[in-house]
Write a protein that binds this ligand. Sequence first.
Ligand SMILES: Cc1cc2nc3c(=O)[nH]c(=O)nc-3n(C[C@H](O)[C@H](O)[C@H](O)COP(=O)(O)OP(=O)(O)OC[C@H]3O[C@@H](n4cnc5c(N)ncnc54)[C@H](O)[C@@H]3O)c2cc1C
Length: 202
Amino acid sequence: AGSQAGGFDALILAVPAYRAASLLAQEDEPLANDLRKIPYASSAVIVTGHRLEDVAHPLNAFGLVVPTIERSDVLAVSFASRKFPNRAPEGRVLLRTFVGGAMRPEMLKKSDEELIALARTELASLLGVSGSPDVAIVSRYENAMPQYHLGHLDLVRRIEAATSKHVGLELTGSAYRGVGIPDVVADADRAAEAVFSQLMQN
Ligand SMILES: Cc1cc2nc3c(=O)[nH]c(=O)nc-3n(C[C@H](O)[C@H](O)[C@H](O)COP(=O)(O)OP(=O)(O)OC[C@H]3O[C@@H](n4cnc5c(N)ncnc54)[C@H](O)[C@@H]3O)c2cc1C
């Protein structure tokens, strides 16, 4: 994927499925075609820091998820400084407000200023947050969330069967068998083991 050319005994592609597709298209177009069938969604996170006295809610949790039925612009709010230490100074709280996703792709078209204003309105309504945040930053994650639709595992099995025909090639990452960090780490271990055992046999 970089600019350096060379010969390698094995290749583990740990990139999004659509990127793996473009890297493999010349070598195996049917495999690339299946990889392109895994759709991706985008999201944005509005990170805001607040004085604790500006938050009415006790924040006695790690966060909240908003069900679709609520028709909210917000997908979830993570109480980041409640989850992990040293994320906010004493007397302050760091919140991460998630928007977008597969159901609300149009949210990514909003400017940073619009998203920050939206997050402030939603945080006021959900958690009773008042006043101006000390800090407000928008992070955008374009095409970063693979979507597992009906038939996903059949598609993954087909991709794995096609990949196994290329000795020394493994695919890993959130596109295939789990999107959480622990799943991704476990799948990376599996890919590394598979490559080692192929190298030992050949
Ligand atoms: C906003 C958001 C919040 C999340 N929160 C959580 C959470 O709280 N807990 C949890 O368990 N999971 C969470 N996830 C899911 C988790 O972060 C991802 O599923 C996981 O990071 C995916 O890892 P990955 O290595 O498959 O993909 P990525 O982390 O996307 O890594 C793919 C890498 O490939 C690189 N790349 C792409 N193309 C090329 C190329 N041509 N050449 C070289 N490199 C390339 C990219 O730069 C990137 O570094 C979250 C995801 C998002 C988007």
